[in-house]
Design a protein around this ligand. Structure first.
Ligand code: ZN
Ligand code: ZN
Length: 358
């Protein structure tokens, strides 16, 4: 198989805060251990909104940077030493590639790489510290790409980072959740993915907490056994206790990211149980940590996918145990990125994940 590779390509470029425009850029060349990928689909994430509106630490300079970290495509050229993948392979990427030389990378904990943003040390985060997927082509190191099973489309494959992040959160609290009651706060794409993961891994009761009826209804379709709408429920903690025979949930996943949701997370946890913080917090949080200590609750957090959970996500998707289709609700061509972004940010037409097709 051989692909004609042009010299120039279309790409979205971030020129300044809130200034994203289409530009023409040179098609990048894969270095040793890297492949060139023709991007077939790239999802818009909340992190992209943060990048566009506020910027991120270690981001490449304005006027050149192409973001996008949830993408999939076809391998069209191989860099030096690559024989693990072939031209024509359909692949999905994982955003984080660790440096491979720091303590944390050596222990396999590459999303907590101590050399984050150090290009000279080999660290890469696609669409955050190096160019990403809102372009016709992008390069990626083979340490952070996965072959896509035949029964999964490119659009569905962009779900691996979201699903991988949800599975990593479950992994972090021990992974073995069969028979446990799991509580998820925040029915966004990550929260709904934790619902799917919890169901796939055999949780008993799956309680989803949120503010929007349509998202909670979607959660029920995806495997939640109970929902609590905190706009309608005056005392959500009492409701959790009612559902759990007064004990609380063994595992709680905080996917909403504010003071109220954090407080609700710790108060909904069974004595001796675990809370995993999955979302970014917009502001510092004040909470009753004495409750955490008195009840021996363990707090965990995750960033990104980590620990081969993208691979596990692809496997569960291929087995039909996790479904990307209800999450990836809209697609737009690259030229209509701004429309797609508007749908994503303002949740137009029930938009959850919006995928851009270059
Ligand atoms: Zn993301
Ligand atoms: Zn590292």
């Amino acid at each position: 198989m051989n692909f004609e590779i042009p010299n120039k390509m279309k790409a979205l470029v971030l020129y300044a805060k809130d200034d994203v425009r289409m530009a023409e850029k040179p098609v990048p060349k894969p270095g040793p251990g890297e492949v060139l990928i023709k991007v077939e689909a790239c999802g818009i994430c909340g992190t992209d909104v943060k990048i566009i509106t506020k910027g991120m630490p270690k981001m490449p300079p304005y006027g050149d940077f192409t973001f996008g970290h949830e993408w999939a495509g076809t391998v069209v050229a191989l860099g030096e030493t690559v024989d693990e993948f072939h031209v024509g392979d359909r692949v999905a990427i994982e955003a984080h590639k660790g440096c491979g030389r720091c303590d944390n990378c050596l222990a396999g904990n590459y999303t907590a790489c101590l050399n984050y943003g150090r290009l000279d040390k080999g660290h890469r985060t696609s669409g955050m510290t190096v160019d990403g997927g809102f372009a016709e082509y992008a390069v990626q190191h083979i340490n952070s790409i996965y072959k896509i099973p035949d029964n999964i489309s490119f659009v569905e494959a962009t779900y691996v980072t979201t699903a991988g992040c949800a599975l990593y959160a479950i992994d972090k609290v021990g992974g073995y959740i069969s028979g446990d009651t799991v509580l998820i706060i925040g029915p966004g794409p990550i929260g709904l993915s934790v619902v799917q993961g919890a169901k796939a891994l055999g949780a008993d009761k799956i309680i989803l907490v949120g503010t929007r009826a349509d998202r909670l209804a979607k959660g029920m379709e995806l495997g939640a056994t109970h929902t609590i709408n905190i706009r309608e429920e005056a005392n959500p903690v009492a409701k959790v206790m009612e559902i759990t025979d007064g004990k609380g949930a063994e595992k709680v996943f905080e996917c909403a990211g504010n003071t109220e949701s954090f407080e609700l997370a710790i108060k909904s946890t069974k004595k001796g149980g675990d809370v995993c913080l999955v979302s970014f917090y917009k502001e510092p949080v004040t909470a009753n940590l004495d409750y955490v200590v008195l009840n021996q609750i363990t707090l965990f957090s995750v960033r990104g996918e980590g620990n081969s959970n993208c691979k596990r996500a692809l496997s569960l998707m291929s087995q039909g145990r996790i479904d990307a289709k209800p999450i990836m609700t809209h697609t737009f061509p690259l030229e209509e990125f701004h429309t797609g972004l508007d749908y994503f940010v303002n949740r137009k037409d029930g938009a959850m994940k919006v995928v851009i097709i270059p």
